[in-house]
Design a protein around this ligand. Structure first.
Ligand code: GCV
Length: 735
């Protein structure tokens, strides 16, 4: 137990996942806090699996005494806890002594390259630069090589060693077999960030975590810090192990209590930063644009006011005095009731640059969200289109944002739907740093009651080519791959799905989404099925389950196509937003149809969909560069899955698939439910094969998924049958 909390699930880092590494003779060479973390991990793994660990390195506080046999210390049952007094860290606390370099045989070396002398056990060949290498390893990269029966991880900075360590964990025995030519590994994106929408005080409507489906917050509880430091440490470890290096710790809707994290509650943020730092994760804070008024007592928050500027400068200086590696601010301004520069007749470049200027001397960034639209729309008004809003607000500002502003753009133009076109803003801001924002928390994808593996969807988004098939992808834009279009590089950000639930994410299989987000941010080219395999191998190590092949097959059968299954039984053909407005779970076909939120489907007796063409609609299709502006403009060329996002068509419209729109609706909804039945039945095959608690939790949720999918099917099919009067060609039961 941790301070009275139930022991959290080990997620993808159970002790067994460290067997291959922990059974070896390991030398860690280098100095610095992150190298300490690497060494602690190695000591812990070796203690659990019979290996030996040594530490050398200029300025390192230890000599070459092996650390064999130190007790496995994990406070959470899943990893080392360095500042736990129960943890014995042999030799690390010894006075600095000159000791001979480790000369005996080792199986693995993790070494910082700048730390001389390189231990003699590192094979000379291992230090050679690989042929075809395209540049330095950077702050987070590492080189992995295996020669002469020694596996070597070399890095130029401590974070590289940490990421190298977790790569070894992923590889397992394969890291210690045969030869391995030197291969550099570097993250494609420099910032890989999770945003928590956690409230410090419980919000009367949104609760402790806005759109959170995994219990309470791991950071906050009822107005104060949650207090489970072990849990936070374990969280930092999970994040680092999949490559995430930044986090924001509070909701972008900033309430009165949350605003004070910036000033008199800064110690609470510093405590989190202290815990996550040892895993290379930097802390960011969501702030309210009105802070100078609500915290500073100023009469205005006008971004061009000198007093306001001074207030932000001084406040930010205090933040950095307390948290020297603080990441920066996240801002939701002029959006859904949050204050912003519009109040003062200023634009979003004025607003973002104000905060950016305050952060710049300290190396911080402001993530300024592009999620700005009219949330008080009149449903009768067919000329206003929420999908247009981000582009209309931000594209004209391109070139005006400071270097340390990162414009954070949701992947789609509306709001995290299971299917949307990729946001046209991404192609429209060549002189602005961008972050693409994904949603790991399953607000619109089944709220962690439905199994819905989102990596295939994110992969599609990241692989989208805004300028056509021969040009760069969204991931290339973020990774700053040279080419026409935006050239500033950027971040990948996602809204977290984690809470204080014992399984971290409510649904144990939703852990795969968190893992996959980190891995795709590190390398957007990874294939979703391969990421799932990594996650399966780590989470369900072969020796811990009854039938490893069955576990793998079942998890693939349940998850591989689960996002498309979800799409099939919910809103059809990209039209989106047929969710129940009270909480966004389950069907509510007309729930938003006569509301102020700008999310309509316009179904009538003849047809359905939103005309967003330039010719006759809202003109949104024209926000894309060619060829997409032309493809989306045309109902004949528009991809089936986005047809109703861009066009209002008759039910008899024939899709590329050959089916009519109405028959497609019926067919996909019947098929989607059948697929959930199959998922549920497949899962039953694991009843006596995996950990019972995991089995039961997933089994319970699959039953609920089936109930909910059935409700979706029946409401959607009945709705469209009643509207259109067209019967199902296959004569199935529609109510
Ligand atoms: C944090 C959607 C969600 C809101 C969320 C908002 C946003 O509208 O429903 O809960 O607010 O997105 O991204 O800011």
């Amino acid at each position: 137990m941790n301070g009275g909390e139930p022991e959290p699930h080990a997620a993808w880092l159970p002790p067994e996942a460290f067997r291959a590494l922990g059974a070896r003779r390991v030398l860690v060479h280098g100095d610095g806090p992150l190298v300490d973390t690497v060494f602690d991990e190695v000591v812990w793994a070796c203690a659990g699996h019979g290996g030996q660990a040594w530490r050398t390195g200029v300025g390192a506080k230890s000599g070459d005494a092996p650390a064999t046999g130190s007790p496995a210390p994990p406070a959470t049952g899943s990893g080392p806890a360095a500042d736990d007094p129960a943890v014995e860290r042999p030799a690390v606390d010894d006075p600095v002594v000159e000791r001979p370099m480790v000369g005996g045989p080792v199986d693995l070396v993790l070494a910082l390259r700048g730390t001389e002398p390189v231990p003699p056990v590192v094979p000379v060949d291992a230090t050679a630069t690989p042929v075809g290498d395209d540049g330095p390893l950077g702050d987070e990269g590492f080189l992995l090589v295996r020669v002469d029966d020694v596996t070597v991880v070399l890095a130029d900075a401590p974070a590289g060693l940490l990421y190298g360590l977790f790569e070894l964990v992923r590889l397992g025995e394969a890291a210690f077999t045969g030869d391995r030519p030197a291969q550099p590994h570097r993250p494609a994106l420099r910032r890989r960030m999770l945003d928590h929408w956690d409230n410090v005080a419980v919000h009367p409507v949104m609760g402790q975590v806005e759109r959170g489906y995994a219990g309470g917050s791991i950071f906050w509880r009822d107005g104060v810090p949650h207090g489970d430091r072990d849990r936070l440490r374990a969280y930092g470890r999970l994040l680092a192990s999949c490559g995430i290096n930044a986090i924001s710790v509070n909701n972008v809707n900033v309430g009165a209590v949350e605003a004070r994290l910036l000033t008199d509650r800064l110690d609470d943020v510093a405590e989190i930063a202290d815990l996550l730092r040892r895993y290379g994760v930097r802390v960011h804070l969501s702030v309210t644009f009105a802070a100078p008024v609500v915290l500073g007592g100023l009469p205005t928050a006008d971004p061009l006011d000198d007093g306001v500027r001074d207030w932000w400068d001084a406040t930010t200086r205090r933040v950095y005095a307390r948290i020297p590696d603080f990441g920066g601010y996240v801002v939701k301004a002029d959006s859904e009731g949050q204050p912003g520069p519009f109040t003062y007749g200023r634009d979003h470049a004025d607003g973002a640059n104000l905060l950016a200027d305050a952060l710049a001397p300290h190396g911080g960034v402001v993530h300024w969200r592009a999620f700005v639209y009219d949330h008080r729309q009149d449903w009768r008004d067919r000329t206003t289109d929420r999908a247009r809003a981000a582009y209309d607000h931000f594209a004209p500002l391109d070139g005006r944002f400071a270097d340390n502003v990162v414009l954070q753009v949701k992947y789609g133009p509306v709001d995290f739907q299971p299917r949307e076109p990729v946001s046209p803003v991404i192609a429209a801001m060549p002189a602005t740093r961008l972050a693409v924002e994904l949603q790991v928390t399953q607000e619109y994808t089944g709220q962690q009651w439905h199994a819905c593996y989102l990596a295939p969807w994110w992969s599609e988004v990241l692989g989208f080519r805004p300028w056509g098939p021969q040009e760069r992808t969204v991931a290339d834009v973020l990774a700053d791959v040279p080419g026409p279009g935006p050239g500033r590089g950027g971040d990948l950000v996602a809204v977290s799905n984690v809470g204080d639930d014992p399984f971290w994410c409510g649904h144990p299989l939703a852990q795969a989404n968190l893992y996959a987000f980190g891995r795709l941010a590190w390398d957007p080219g990874l294939e979703p099925g391969a990421i799932l395999d990594e996650w399966i191998d780590l989470t369900f190590p072969a020796p811990t389950v009854g039938d490893p092949a069955l576990v793998r097959e079942t998890l693939h059968a349940v998850l591989d196509d689960s996002w498309r299954t979800y799409e099939r039984y919910t809103a059809p053909l990209g039209v989106g937003f047929m969710v129940n407005p009270a909480g966004h779970y389950g069907p509510g076909v007309d729930g938003y149809e006569y509301s102020r939120w700008g999310t309509y489907h316009f179904a009538d007796r003849d047809g359905v969909g939103v005309d967003r063409t330039r010719a006759t609609g809202t003109g949104f299709a024209g926000q894309y560069p060619p060829p997409w502006s032309q493809v989306y403009e045309s109902p004949e060329r528009c991809p089936d899955e986005l047809l109703l996002f861009f066009h209002h068509v008759p039910y008899s419209h024939v899709l590329h698939s050959g089916s009519t729109v109405i028959q497609h609706i019926y067919d996909t909804h019947f098929a989607g439910v059948q697929e959930v039945v199959a998922m549920r039945d497949r899962w039953r095959g694991l009843a006596d094969v995996i950990d019972r608690a995991v089995y039961d939790r997933v089994a319970e949720r699959l039953e609920e998924q089936l109930r909910c999918a059935t409700e979706w099917r029946d409401q959607i099919n009945t709705y469209f049958f009643r509207k259109s009067g067209v019967p199902d060609a296959r004569g199935r039961r529609i109510h």
